[in-house]
Write a protein that binds this ligand. Structure first.
Ligand SMILES: Cc1ncc(COP(=O)(O)O)c(C=O)c1O
Length: 447
């Protein structure tokens, strides 16, 4: 592991020089971009990533919450290697796809049927289209600030800001990409998350047109704030009364409990979009839910209402990795991981107190996010970070990455994995304490 003295980034710099000539901005996903250049990985194992210049970092990002057992888990490597030798993708089914569907359907009460695909974006897209076909309606209701991937409808208002978000009683549908057609904006109903009264009022105004209410139970970009039970129950009741589909996005939150974040609520969704951890480190997405609704995808129907395919859907590599990962992530593993995460949150809260900075931690299960707010934000608008705060957060994250050799998600969040232990938690909380002390003067000048 490189020390501070001999730390060099020369090889990464050189690769980036080549990268900018062939990849737009030098990257294939904006999330990994850093100034002055991204860092390139040599190897990743367990809780650590070693970059091409030999610096080893402790990883709390876990590829944006997708690696529930960290990097290169030996059992996953073994299972995938075996499958690779038997073929990686074919225009026929595989038994492991059926076994994995059985495993997931047995795991979560609301899953009767399932379909595999290649990403969370695709799962949300298929969920929205399925809801439309099933209800015969086309509007989509979603929470302001929530991220659901990059499908045109799902991405609306994911990064609304004070200049464009409008009246809280009727938030604007804000496009992410210029020239998003008006038709898409007009088909969105944007509601303020966790605000029952306003959400129901907005749903009522569009009752005869809403196909589904799309909701993440602990939306990361909204602030990683768990949805209130009474809020979800009120939305559930509304969907029953108004022939709308209750559509949960559990692409990230499926890790929260053995059966997903939905286990915390008394009501079941009609459909659930999955992704990330269920791929065991490989690309995946899935749509699960009521058989009666999923029937719109059924090729046995004479009139297939929503034909669904995908060249790599249910490819045996992702499925084998996912099956192995989710088998290992059993009830005890979920409890152990959540317990360790709770300990980490307590230690970070202690660090916040020691550093005497206005900060707090939100989260659920094995995920948490540090906010530079004295009080825990309750809504997207409360959690929203202005430019000045973002600069300080980036400074904290850069300090952690460059000086403490710790990788966190760029919202100042951690997504834990089962390979972590108390020593890693101690390292993280000590590093954060150092970081909090460094940003403190700037924070005092800004807030
Ligand atoms: C809640 C949520 N839904 C959907 C997606 C999209 O998943 P993917 O990146 O696999 O397309 C993400 C990705 O971060 C997500 O956080």
């Amino acid at each position: 592991m490189s020390t501070e003295k001999n730390k060099t980034t020369k090889k990464s710099e050189k690769i980036y020089e080549r990268a900018i000539k062939v990849l737009t901005g030098g990257v294939s996903r904006n999330t990994i971009f850093r100034k002055p250049h991204p860092f390139y990985v040599s190897t990743a194992n367990g809780s650590y990533i070693t970059d091409i210049d030999g610096c080893q970092r402790l990883d709390f990002a876990n590829n944006m919450a997708s690696l529930i057992h960290g990097h290169s888990h030996p059992k996953i490597v073994e299972a995938v290697t075996k499958q690779l030798k038997r073929g990686s993708a074919f225009a026929m089914g595989s038994e492991i796809e059926v076994s994995f569907a059985e495993l997931l359907n047995n795991r979560t009460r609301a899953f009767e049927n399932i379909r595999f695909m290649n990403s969370g974006t695709e799962a949300v897209m298929t969920m929205i289209k399925t809801a439309r076909v099933y209800t015969g309606k086309h509007k989509i209701a979603k929470a302001e600030g929530s991220y659901h991937g990059t499908y045109d409808y799902a991405e609306i208002s994911q990064n609304s800001d004070p200049t464009n978000w409008g009246d809280i009683n009727n938030p604007n549908p804000v496009p992410v990409v210029e020239e998003t057609p008006d038709g898409i904006l007009n088909d969105m109903v944007i509601f303020p998350y966790n605000d029952t009264e306003r959400t129901l009022a907005l749903l009522n105004q569009n009752a005869d047109q809403i196909a589904c209410v799309l909701i993440d139970l602990v939306p990361h970009r909204v602030g990683l704030i768990p949805a209130k039970k009474e809020y979800i129950e009120a939305i559930y009741k509304w969907t029953r009364k108004n022939n709308a589909v209750l559509a949960f996005d559990e692409v990230v939150t499926y890790r929260v409990n053995y059966s997903g974040a939905q286990e915390n609520y008394n009501v079941d969704p009609d459909l659930t979009a999955l992704g990330k951890i269920i791929g065991g480190g490989f690309p995946i997405g899935a749509l699960a839910g009521k058989a009666e609704i999923m029937q719109v995808l059924d090729p046995r129907e004479t009139n297939i209402k929503h034909p669904h395919s995908g060249t790599f859907s249910a490819n045996p590599i992702s499925i084998t990795a996912g099956y192995t990962a989710m088998s290992l992530f059993d009830k005890q593993a979920v409890l152990n991981l959540n317990k360790l995460t709770k300990k980490a949150i307590e230690q970070i809260e202690e660090a916040i107190n020691l550093a005497e900075i206005p900060a707090c931690v939100t989260g659920a299960g094995s995920m948490f996010r540090v906010h530079l707010n004295k009080n825990k934000p309750r809504t997207y608008r409360e959690a929203y970070q202005g430019k000045e705060v973002k600069v300080i957060i980036n400074e904290l994250l850069d300090y952690l990455f460059l000086k403490e050799n710790i990788l966190m998600i760029n919202t100042c969040a951690c997504m834990f994995s089962t390979n972590l232990d108390q020593t890693h938690v101690d390292r993280l909380s000590e590093a954060l304490l150092n970081g909090f002390r460094i940003i403190k003067p700037k924070l005092e000048n800004t807030l």
